[in-house]
Ligand binder design. Structure first.
Ligand SMILES: [Zn+2]
Length: 289
Protein backbone atom coordinates (compact mmCIF):
# COMPACT_ATOMS: atom_id res chain seq x y z
CA UNK A 1 0.00 0.00 0.00
CA UNK A 2 1.39 3.39 -0.94
CA UNK A 3 1.60 6.30 1.49
CA UNK A 4 -1.01 8.20 -0.53
CA UNK A 5 -3.54 5.37 -0.39
CA UNK A 6 -3.00 5.05 3.34
CA UNK A 7 -3.66 8.78 3.78
CA UNK A 8 -6.81 8.60 1.64
CA UNK A 9 -8.12 5.71 3.70
CA UNK A 10 -7.46 7.60 6.96
CA UNK A 11 -9.25 10.69 5.64
CA UNK A 12 -12.33 8.66 4.66
CA UNK A 13 -12.35 7.15 8.14
CA UNK A 14 -12.26 10.60 9.75
CA UNK A 15 -15.05 11.90 7.49
CA UNK A 16 -17.28 8.92 8.35
CA UNK A 17 -16.66 9.47 12.06
CA UNK A 18 -17.50 13.18 11.81
CA UNK A 19 -20.69 12.35 9.90
CA UNK A 20 -21.68 9.81 12.55
CA UNK A 21 -21.08 12.35 15.32
CA UNK A 22 -23.23 14.91 13.50
CA UNK A 23 -26.07 12.38 13.07
CA UNK A 24 -25.95 11.27 16.73
CA UNK A 25 -25.73 14.88 17.90
CA UNK A 26 -28.76 15.87 15.84
CA UNK A 27 -30.76 12.89 17.10
CA UNK A 28 -29.94 13.66 20.75
CA UNK A 29 -30.84 17.32 20.22
CA UNK A 30 -34.25 16.54 18.71
CA UNK A 31 -35.10 13.86 21.24
CA UNK A 32 -34.36 16.08 24.25
CA UNK A 33 -36.07 19.17 22.87
CA UNK A 34 -39.15 17.05 22.09
CA UNK A 35 -39.32 15.98 25.73
CA UNK A 36 -38.81 19.55 26.93
CA UNK A 37 -41.66 20.73 24.75
CA UNK A 38 -43.88 17.90 25.95
CA UNK A 39 -43.16 18.89 29.55
CA UNK A 40 -44.00 22.48 28.78
CA UNK A 41 -47.29 21.48 27.18
CA UNK A 42 -48.18 19.36 30.23
CA UNK A 43 -47.30 22.17 32.62
CA UNK A 44 -49.42 24.64 30.71
CA UNK A 45 -52.45 22.34 30.53
CA UNK A 46 -55.18 23.56 32.90
CA UNK A 47 -55.98 21.00 35.66
CA UNK A 48 -59.63 20.03 35.93
CA UNK A 49 -60.95 21.97 39.00
CA UNK A 50 -62.91 18.86 40.00
CA UNK A 51 -59.65 16.92 40.13
CA UNK A 52 -58.27 19.42 42.61
CA UNK A 53 -61.28 19.28 44.88
CA UNK A 54 -61.33 15.48 44.75
CA UNK A 55 -57.73 15.38 45.90
CA UNK A 56 -58.59 17.45 48.95
CA UNK A 57 -61.16 14.90 50.15
CA UNK A 58 -60.31 12.69 53.14
CA UNK A 59 -61.06 9.38 51.43
CA UNK A 60 -59.49 10.20 48.07
CA UNK A 61 -57.67 7.21 46.54
CA UNK A 62 -55.12 8.08 43.86
CA UNK A 63 -55.61 4.81 41.94
CA UNK A 64 -59.32 5.62 41.54
CA UNK A 65 -58.84 9.06 39.95
CA UNK A 66 -59.92 8.07 36.44
CA UNK A 67 -62.92 6.22 37.78
CA UNK A 68 -63.96 9.29 39.82
CA UNK A 69 -63.76 11.52 36.75
CA UNK A 70 -65.65 9.08 34.52
CA UNK A 71 -68.31 8.53 37.18
CA UNK A 72 -68.73 12.27 37.77
CA UNK A 73 -69.40 13.05 34.11
CA UNK A 74 -72.92 14.39 33.48
CA UNK A 75 -73.77 14.01 37.18
CA UNK A 76 -74.18 16.80 39.65
CA UNK A 77 -72.50 15.22 42.65
CA UNK A 78 -70.34 16.64 45.41
CA UNK A 79 -66.68 15.53 45.49
CA UNK A 80 -67.23 13.55 48.71
CA UNK A 81 -70.21 11.74 47.19
CA UNK A 82 -68.24 10.88 44.03
CA UNK A 83 -65.46 9.47 46.19
CA UNK A 84 -67.77 7.50 48.48
CA UNK A 85 -69.67 6.00 45.53
CA UNK A 86 -66.65 4.98 43.47
CA UNK A 87 -64.70 3.69 46.48
CA UNK A 88 -67.71 1.46 47.12
CA UNK A 89 -67.81 0.28 43.48
CA UNK A 90 -71.09 2.00 42.60
CA UNK A 91 -69.63 2.79 39.17
CA UNK A 92 -69.80 -0.95 38.56
CA UNK A 93 -72.84 -3.09 38.01
CA UNK A 94 -74.03 -5.07 41.05
CA UNK A 95 -73.45 -8.84 40.95
CA UNK A 96 -71.19 -8.34 37.89
CA UNK A 97 -67.36 -8.62 37.93
CA UNK A 98 -67.68 -9.90 41.47
CA UNK A 99 -64.68 -10.49 43.72
CA UNK A 100 -64.04 -13.40 46.10
CA UNK A 101 -64.08 -12.16 49.69
CA UNK A 102 -60.67 -12.14 51.33
CA UNK A 103 -61.09 -14.57 54.23
CA UNK A 104 -57.86 -13.24 55.79
CA UNK A 105 -59.75 -10.04 56.63
CA UNK A 106 -61.34 -12.06 59.41
CA UNK A 107 -63.77 -9.83 61.42
CA UNK A 108 -63.62 -7.23 58.66
CA UNK A 109 -64.37 -9.50 55.72
CA UNK A 110 -66.59 -7.72 53.28
CA UNK A 111 -69.59 -9.51 51.80
CA UNK A 112 -71.99 -7.48 49.70
CA UNK A 113 -73.22 -7.27 46.10
CA UNK A 114 -69.61 -7.09 44.82
CA UNK A 115 -67.84 -9.44 47.25
CA UNK A 116 -68.94 -13.05 47.68
CA UNK A 117 -68.30 -16.19 49.69
CA UNK A 118 -68.04 -19.52 47.91
CA UNK A 119 -70.69 -22.20 48.27
CA UNK A 120 -68.46 -24.31 50.51
CA UNK A 121 -67.43 -21.51 52.89
CA UNK A 122 -68.32 -22.21 56.49
CA UNK A 123 -66.55 -20.53 59.43
CA UNK A 124 -64.61 -23.08 61.51
CA UNK A 125 -65.30 -21.48 64.90
CA UNK A 126 -69.09 -21.33 65.04
CA UNK A 127 -70.71 -21.70 68.42
CA UNK A 128 -74.39 -21.85 69.33
CA UNK A 129 -75.84 -19.02 71.37
CA UNK A 130 -77.37 -20.07 74.65
CA UNK A 131 -81.18 -20.35 74.38
CA UNK A 132 -81.73 -17.26 76.53
CA UNK A 133 -80.01 -15.11 73.86
CA UNK A 134 -81.98 -16.54 71.04
CA UNK A 135 -85.42 -16.57 69.44
CA UNK A 136 -84.83 -18.03 65.98
CA UNK A 137 -83.49 -21.17 64.35
CA UNK A 138 -80.20 -19.71 63.05
CA UNK A 139 -78.50 -19.40 66.41
CA UNK A 140 -74.82 -19.85 65.55
CA UNK A 141 -72.13 -17.18 65.34
CA UNK A 142 -68.35 -17.17 65.18
CA UNK A 143 -66.91 -17.51 68.66
CA UNK A 144 -65.63 -13.96 69.20
CA UNK A 145 -68.81 -12.42 67.78
CA UNK A 146 -71.04 -14.78 69.78
CA UNK A 147 -69.26 -13.91 73.04
CA UNK A 148 -69.52 -10.19 72.28
CA UNK A 149 -73.21 -10.59 71.48
CA UNK A 150 -73.93 -12.36 74.76
CA UNK A 151 -71.97 -9.71 76.64
CA UNK A 152 -73.98 -6.98 74.90
CA UNK A 153 -77.26 -8.71 75.66
CA UNK A 154 -76.28 -9.08 79.33
CA UNK A 155 -75.43 -5.38 79.52
CA UNK A 156 -78.78 -4.49 77.95
CA UNK A 157 -80.60 -6.68 80.47
CA UNK A 158 -79.11 -4.54 83.27
CA UNK A 159 -80.82 -1.56 81.61
CA UNK A 160 -84.10 -3.57 81.37
CA UNK A 161 -83.69 -3.98 77.61
CA UNK A 162 -84.12 -7.28 75.80
CA UNK A 163 -81.64 -8.01 73.01
CA UNK A 164 -82.00 -11.42 71.37
CA UNK A 165 -80.74 -12.96 68.18
CA UNK A 166 -83.47 -13.83 65.67
CA UNK A 167 -81.19 -14.99 62.84
CA UNK A 168 -77.38 -15.22 62.80
CA UNK A 169 -75.29 -17.70 60.77
CA UNK A 170 -76.96 -18.98 57.62
CA UNK A 171 -75.50 -21.60 55.32
CA UNK A 172 -75.23 -21.00 51.58
CA UNK A 173 -77.94 -23.60 51.12
CA UNK A 174 -80.30 -21.88 53.58
CA UNK A 175 -79.76 -18.53 51.83
CA UNK A 176 -80.52 -20.16 48.47
CA UNK A 177 -83.93 -21.35 49.69
CA UNK A 178 -84.66 -18.01 51.37
CA UNK A 179 -83.75 -15.92 48.31
CA UNK A 180 -85.61 -18.19 45.90
CA UNK A 181 -88.75 -17.95 48.02
CA UNK A 182 -88.58 -14.13 47.92
CA UNK A 183 -88.03 -14.14 44.15
CA UNK A 184 -91.05 -16.35 43.73
CA UNK A 185 -93.16 -14.07 45.91
CA UNK A 186 -92.01 -10.57 44.78
CA UNK A 187 -89.94 -11.05 41.61
CA UNK A 188 -86.17 -10.82 41.25
CA UNK A 189 -85.85 -6.99 41.08
CA UNK A 190 -87.78 -6.47 44.31
CA UNK A 191 -86.13 -9.43 46.07
CA UNK A 192 -82.68 -8.03 45.26
CA UNK A 193 -83.41 -4.84 47.21
CA UNK A 194 -83.92 -6.65 50.54
CA UNK A 195 -82.51 -10.16 50.21
CA UNK A 196 -78.99 -11.23 49.31
CA UNK A 197 -78.31 -13.75 46.59
CA UNK A 198 -76.67 -16.95 47.86
CA UNK A 199 -72.94 -16.35 48.48
CA UNK A 200 -73.54 -12.60 48.85
CA UNK A 201 -75.20 -12.74 52.27
CA UNK A 202 -73.37 -11.39 55.26
CA UNK A 203 -75.16 -13.99 57.35
CA UNK A 204 -72.85 -16.63 55.82
CA UNK A 205 -69.87 -14.95 57.54
CA UNK A 206 -71.16 -15.94 60.99
CA UNK A 207 -70.60 -12.31 62.03
CA UNK A 208 -74.10 -10.93 61.43
CA UNK A 209 -77.22 -11.04 63.55
CA UNK A 210 -80.80 -9.93 63.03
CA UNK A 211 -82.01 -8.68 66.39
CA UNK A 212 -85.44 -9.19 68.04
CA UNK A 213 -87.90 -8.45 65.23
CA UNK A 214 -87.12 -8.41 61.53
CA UNK A 215 -89.29 -5.47 60.48
CA UNK A 216 -89.05 -1.68 60.34
CA UNK A 217 -91.11 -1.17 63.49
CA UNK A 218 -88.01 -2.31 65.40
CA UNK A 219 -86.75 1.23 64.87
CA UNK A 220 -89.34 2.50 67.34
CA UNK A 221 -88.39 0.19 70.18
CA UNK A 222 -86.28 0.92 73.25
CA UNK A 223 -84.03 -1.95 72.22
CA UNK A 224 -83.18 -0.16 68.98
CA UNK A 225 -82.46 3.07 70.81
CA UNK A 226 -80.23 1.21 73.24
CA UNK A 227 -78.32 -0.38 70.34
CA UNK A 228 -77.84 3.00 68.68
CA UNK A 229 -76.10 4.19 71.81
CA UNK A 230 -74.23 1.08 72.83
CA UNK A 231 -73.77 -1.56 70.07
CA UNK A 232 -70.40 -0.20 68.93
CA UNK A 233 -68.95 -0.63 72.42
CA UNK A 234 -69.39 -4.38 71.94
CA UNK A 235 -68.06 -4.34 68.38
CA UNK A 236 -71.38 -4.30 66.52
CA UNK A 237 -72.49 -1.84 63.85
CA UNK A 238 -75.86 -1.12 62.28
CA UNK A 239 -74.89 -2.53 58.91
CA UNK A 240 -77.49 -0.99 56.57
CA UNK A 241 -78.22 2.54 57.83
CA UNK A 242 -80.99 4.75 56.50
CA UNK A 243 -78.83 7.41 54.84
CA UNK A 244 -76.37 5.01 53.21
CA UNK A 245 -78.69 2.77 51.24
CA UNK A 246 -77.02 3.48 47.90
CA UNK A 247 -73.60 2.68 49.31
CA UNK A 248 -74.50 -0.59 51.05
CA UNK A 249 -76.90 -1.60 48.27
CA UNK A 250 -79.56 -2.46 50.84
CA UNK A 251 -82.69 -0.87 52.17
CA UNK A 252 -82.47 0.41 55.72
CA UNK A 253 -82.54 -2.55 58.13
CA UNK A 254 -82.78 -1.37 61.75
CA UNK A 255 -82.51 -5.00 62.97
CA UNK A 256 -79.36 -6.18 61.12
CA UNK A 257 -76.08 -5.83 63.03
CA UNK A 258 -72.60 -6.90 62.07
CA UNK A 259 -69.67 -7.71 64.32
CA UNK A 260 -66.40 -5.95 63.36
CA UNK A 261 -64.69 -5.75 66.77
CA UNK A 262 -64.94 -2.82 69.16
CA UNK A 263 -61.92 -0.87 67.88
CA UNK A 264 -63.22 -0.60 64.31
CA UNK A 265 -66.85 -0.24 65.44
CA UNK A 266 -65.73 2.81 67.44
CA UNK A 267 -64.07 4.35 64.41
CA UNK A 268 -67.03 3.65 62.11
CA UNK A 269 -69.36 5.25 64.63
CA UNK A 270 -67.10 8.29 65.04
CA UNK A 271 -66.50 8.84 61.32
CA UNK A 272 -70.04 7.84 60.28
CA UNK A 273 -68.71 5.25 57.83
CA UNK A 274 -70.21 2.06 56.47
CA UNK A 275 -68.10 -1.08 56.29
CA UNK A 276 -67.92 -0.56 52.50
CA UNK A 277 -66.34 2.89 52.93
CA UNK A 278 -63.96 1.70 55.63
CA UNK A 279 -62.93 -1.30 53.56
CA UNK A 280 -62.16 0.71 50.43
CA UNK A 281 -60.08 3.26 52.23
CA UNK A 282 -58.37 1.47 55.09
CA UNK A 283 -58.07 -2.11 53.83
CA UNK A 284 -57.89 -2.09 50.04
CA UNK A 285 -55.99 1.17 49.88
CA UNK A 286 -53.51 0.30 52.61
CA UNK A 287 -51.00 3.03 51.73
CA UNK A 288 -53.42 5.80 52.62
CA UNK A 289 -53.06 5.66 56.38
ZN1 LIG B 1 -79.90 -9.76 58.33
Amino acid sequence: MTKQRKKKKRNTFIVINILLLIIIGTLVYFLTTDKKEEKNIQANQPVDPLENSLKEETYYIEANLNRYLTYAKDKNLSPSKIIADVNCNLDKEKYKDTIATNLQDNNLMLVNKYYYLTEDYEPDDLITLNAKYNTGINSQMRKEAANAFMEMSDAATLDNIIIKNASAYRTYKYQTTLYNNYVERDGKTAADTYSARPGFSEHQTGLATDINQIDNSFENTDAFKWLQKNAYKYGFILRFPKDKEDITGYQYEPWHYRYVGSKIANQLQKENLTLEEYYAYYIQNKNSN
